[in-house]
Every structure is written in structure tokens, then in C-alpha cells.
Design a protein around this ligand. Sequence first.
Ligand code: SF4
Length: 223
Amino acid sequence: MKNLKNALLLKQLYQRKQLGYAYTSITSFKEVAPELTLPSTLSSLKKQAQECHLCELSKSRKNVIFGEGNSHADIMFIGDAPNNSDDSIAKIFTGRAGELLSKMITNVLGLSREEVYISNLLKCHTLDSHNPSASHTHTCYPYILKEIALVQPKIIVTLGTLAYEYLSHEDSPLEEVHGIVHQKEKYILIPTFHPNYLLKNPSKKKAVFEDLKKVKKLYDSLL
Ligand code: SF4
């Protein structure tokens, strides 16, 4: 029932947008997650996401890209949205960005992709995947919150600005805050750059290497 209400509300918002109304800024969105009744196992949450039509991205996606990896992982990586390649082959973090993320996990943390959990704020590909709209992100936000609650990671590494802003509720430039440890109520959050950004700015690889060394140190201290 709540899902139906949300869908109707969203439809009204789209109609108003077509009439010329503008959406408000991301900072007013990210404080409060929209109410959405979600199941309490990862498999049923994935199923619900796969059937989700709460935002207009459901019309253009080929696949819903849910998180994957160890469902009891101590470390969870969270990016922004699936890319074109993810959408085509129905797998998270594929292509060059995915390869780079896998290398980072293996070479610095000494873990495989299967030993961590990897997800995104949005479950559907956006036509401009590096810049998902605030309304789409806000609508999808309850899914990632529920995923975090179910996986219960001890450390969350956010990849890129959007994931950092939504999960820290802060909007300092990533350039200034990457690698800084944020102690949250139930986990430690460490922001770093997104692999896509590193592909375009290889000089930042050293900074990410240092950020992940901090993650490794924290992870080792938890064992
Ligand atoms: S992006 Fe999220 S809210 Fe939008 S349709 Fe996909 S799963 Fe639903």
C-alpha cells in the first residue's frame, strides 16, 4: 500500500515537473529517507528491487543491479549507480571501473571481491550514470539503507561524492575528506574516490591507495 502511495506521489511530482516546477536541492533530500516497507532478508530485498518501478529509471533500465558479495562482510563498498556495462550484463562494477575496484580490493586489502560486499546507492542505470538526479537517488535510498542494515558491515568505503554525501550527511568536497575516518553509530565510514574518477585522473591512484591502507589497518584491528 505504501509502495502504491509512493508511486502515485512520484507520478504527481513528474507531472508537476513537466509543468515547470523544479526539484529542490540534494542537501534537503539526503537527511531523511523516504518511507518504504522493505523485506528483512537480502534475497527478498533483491527481489523487491528487481520488481521496483518507483522511479522513472525503471523505464530505461535493462536490469536492476543489486549488491553482491559476502552477505556478512566486514567491509562494504558503496558507489553511486550502475554503469552501461553493468546494466547490459546484469552485474555490479563491471568494465574497466570494476576491474580497477577488484585490483584495489585484492592488492591493498588482500581480499577477493567475494569476501567483501559491493553495492550502489541506485539500483538502476541512469542515462548519465555519473550524475544521477537527486529525486532518483532519494527514491532509491531506502534500499541501500536496508542493505547496510542487513549486511551489518563494520567498515563502509564510499566510492565517489554522491555515496559519501548520502551516507555521511555532509557535503564537504571529497578532495578534502577522502581517507578521513567517520565514526558512525554502527560502522566506520571512509570516503574515497570512485574508480571511474581514477580512470580519468590516474594521479589520484596514490591517494586512494593510502585511503585503502587505512581501511586495511582498521580491518586488521577488528580481527
Ligand atoms: S533506481 Fe531504485 S527506486 Fe528507481 S526504479 Fe530502480 S530500484 Fe526502484
